[in-house]
Design a protein around this ligand. Structure first.
Ligand code: PLP
Length: 624
């Protein structure tokens, strides 16, 4: 007999025949915990926010609720519509404090809680929405499972994530992709001085992983897109040459997509790694959404990667620090990986962060490709509007790779990634260009630049911010505008209005008067040299460079004029900043092209971290 199950979920939904993927077991456990009103005799010490509740209720009983004040403020100044959200918010914040200050009652309540009644004590009262978050900030108690030994709701949530993202096993990360990169390197480098083949332009968490593992890195030079001058992942040929030269390497690590959303097909690289018996590790921090919509590039997992790290908080909807590590295949030692994860992650991981991962997965799992419809419509609106602004150009691959099955065979909402992967594998052999370069662009990363060369990326970012639009980042030439599934057409319109304004009014005068050296870099494109690129021309890969936690002994080093440093082993890290991607590592032998590049950047006015002589007239090198 068929029975209809009506399941009551604490957040107020009634669901008929709730399917497995539409559950969010961890999130639901937190709601159940909140509603159970149990008395806490365990950590956290705020006791579900109880430590603050009295203060908040006192303050609220004597004052109109803060929400009303803010709403009144919005109605009063009407400026919330002007796009300068940051400024308005700041003003609202000021208003809050000043209005509370003016009322003696609040000052008194401050006194009642043992203070002198000054401004800083009033700030001790958190807003109610923060208190509400604390009601779900639980820890490992009966029913909430344990991240490091999951057998309940966390295990279930991770299994659902694996299903959604096409992995054999997924691990929730509460320390961002940083924790994933550290654990992967600590897993594959299972003995001192293990060799790993690592793309040179990588995030610092990879460097820290190499240091912790005491590994030796052979740095693979990235492929540089000639049109934009930006570095993407290493070419297939580079990886192949390095794999052949270092067959003992424990694995290959690449980053895809890069910060600009640029990438290419990973399938041939995965294949050659596997033919050599090596795992392919992919830092896919910026691609948690990949493979989830026909217009998005394919995911690293579907290309065959063995271990993939994704910052779910960057391009999907998790709280900041929420990330995932996905695993497939037999090449990674999973029990060692579990141990490494326990080493680098807190024994008290944040439940709100983990539950936000569960929710991010559920949104995707239930809605499938439709999750991105509104966000992609916002990007399309922006790109259409941008096409009418001749001053600003959009970064795009010259030869885009057909990323997904042709129209009609696109992955429908809810279709598992592994099914999409099979379709994809059928396509791959015919579609791969001989050299993997820049063939895929994340549509959610709109990378723009001033085609007149007048505004540098930094200058354009400044002007956009003055108009209330805050970009993700900029460099000497480009501004990265990050859209996501949460973006709206209204956002796109604000941005277009801002660009219209910049294009038609004050851009030229302001920039001509600027003396910012980095802005000079943008002017002559022949000399364009992005600090995001740290390639060493003329080599495919470096010699093995040892990483260690042991600091270099001062007496083993000597300062030499930078012009005379070629051939020496550097005793310091040379890091152009921004963005902070190291150009040279301690222990790395300086090639003439490296030295020339440092001198060029120095003369162009770039700033450097990591060096003892910030003017870079000299460099500290090893005495040998
Ligand atoms: C390529 C890359 N990998 C890893 C990370 C670290 O990610 P998270 O901030 O999630 O720890 C970042 C952060 O920006 C990144 O850009």
């Amino acid at each position: 007999m068929h029975r209809t199950h009506i399941i009551y979920v604490q957040d107020g939904y009634f669901m008929d025949h709730k399917t497995k993927s539409s559950r969010a077991p961890l999130y639901e456990a937190l709601l159940a915990y909140r509603d159970s009103k149990q008395r806490s005799f365990h950590v956290p010490g705020h006791k579900n926010g109880q430590a603050y509740r009295y203060l908040v209720e006192e303050a609220e009983s004597e004052k109109p609720p803060v929400k009303d004040i803010v709403e009144e403020e919005h109605q009063h100044n009407g400026e919330i519509q002007n796009g300068a959200g940051g400024i308005v918010n700041q003003r609202v914040e000021q208003f809050r404090f000043s209005s509370i200050d003016e009322h003696g009652a609040d000052m008194e309540s401050g006194k009642r809680f043992g203070g002198e009644g000054n401004q800083s004590e009033i700030e001790l009262v958190p807003v109610r929405s923060f208190l509400e978050m604390m009601e779900m900030d639980v820890t490992e108690i009966t029913g909430t499972d344990d991240l490091h030994h999951p057998e309940g709701v966390i295990q279930e949530a991770q299994e659902l994530a694996a299903d959604c993202f096409g992995a054999e096993e997924s691990f929730f990360l509460v320390g961002g992709s940083t924790a994933g990169n550290l654990s992967l390197l600590l897993t594959v480098c299972d003995e001192p001085s293990s060799i790993v083949l690592v793309q040179r332009n990588i995030h610092k968490s990879v460097i820290h992983g190499l240091m912790l593992a005491g590994a030796r890195a052979v740095f693979l030079e990235p492929w540089v897109d000639p049109a934009s001058g930006l570095a993407v992942m290493p070419s297939v040929e580079t990886v192949q040459a390095a794999v052949q030269s270092y067959p003992e390497a424990k694995g290959v690590l690449v980053t895809l997509p890069n910060y600009y959303g640029m990438g290419a097909d990973l399938t041939p690289i995965a294949k050659l790694c596997h033919d050599a018996g090596m795992p392919l590790l992919v830092d896919e921090a910026h691609g948690a959404h990949y493979g989830q919509h026909p217009e998005l590039p394919v995911s690293a997992l579907s290309c065959g990667a063995d271990g993939v790290v994704q910052s779910t908080h960057k391009m999907l909807t998790a709280f900041t620090m929420g990330a995932m590590l996905h695993i497939q295949g037999p090449r990674l030692n999973r029990s060692l990986l579990r141990q490494r994860l326990a080493m680098v992650q807190s024994s008290s991981p944040s439940y709100p962060v983990m539950a936000s991962l569960d929710l991010a997965r559920r949104l995707l799992h239930v809605q499938g490709a439709n999750t991105f419809t509104a966000g992609l419509a916002a990007v399309d609106a922006f790109k259409r509007g941008l096409a009418e602004l001749p001053r600003f150009q959009l970064l795009q691959p010259a030869q885009p790779l057909q990323q997904e099955p042709p129209a009609g065979t696109a992955k429908p909402a809810g279709m598992s990634v592994s099914a999409a992967q099979q379709t994809r594998e059928g396509l791959t052999a015919a579609a791969i260009p001989s050299v993997a370069g820049y063939t895929a662009q994340d549509p959610f990363k709109a990378v723009i630049y001033d085609g007149t060369g007048v505004l540098s990326g930094y200058g354009l970012q400044q002007q956009l911010e003055a108009c209330g639009c805050v970009p993700e980042m900029s460099d000497e030439r480009y501004v990265v505008l990050l859209f996501s599934l949460g973006s709206t057409v209204l956002d796109a319109q604000h941005l277009l209005q801002a660009l219209h304004h910049i294009s038609s009014t004050n851009g030229h005068e302001q920039i001509h008067s600027s003396t910012e050296p980095s802005q000079q870099l943008a002017k002559g494109s022949a000399h364009y040299i992005s600090t995001w690129n740290n390639l060493q021309e003329n080599t495919r890969f470096s010699e093995p460079i040892s990483f260690t936690l042991q600091p270099i002994v001062e007496t083993d080093t000597i300062n030499v004029p930078i012009e005379e440093s070629a051939g020496c082993r550097s005793a310091e890290m040379v890091v152009p900043y921004p963005p902070g991607i190291p150009l040279v590592y301690p222990g790395e032998r300086l090639s003439p092209s490296m030295v020339a590049r440092i001198i060029l950047l120095r003369d162009e006015g770039a700033k450097f971290h990591g060096v003892s002589d910030a003017s870079l007239q000299s460099l500290k090198v090893m005495k040998d």
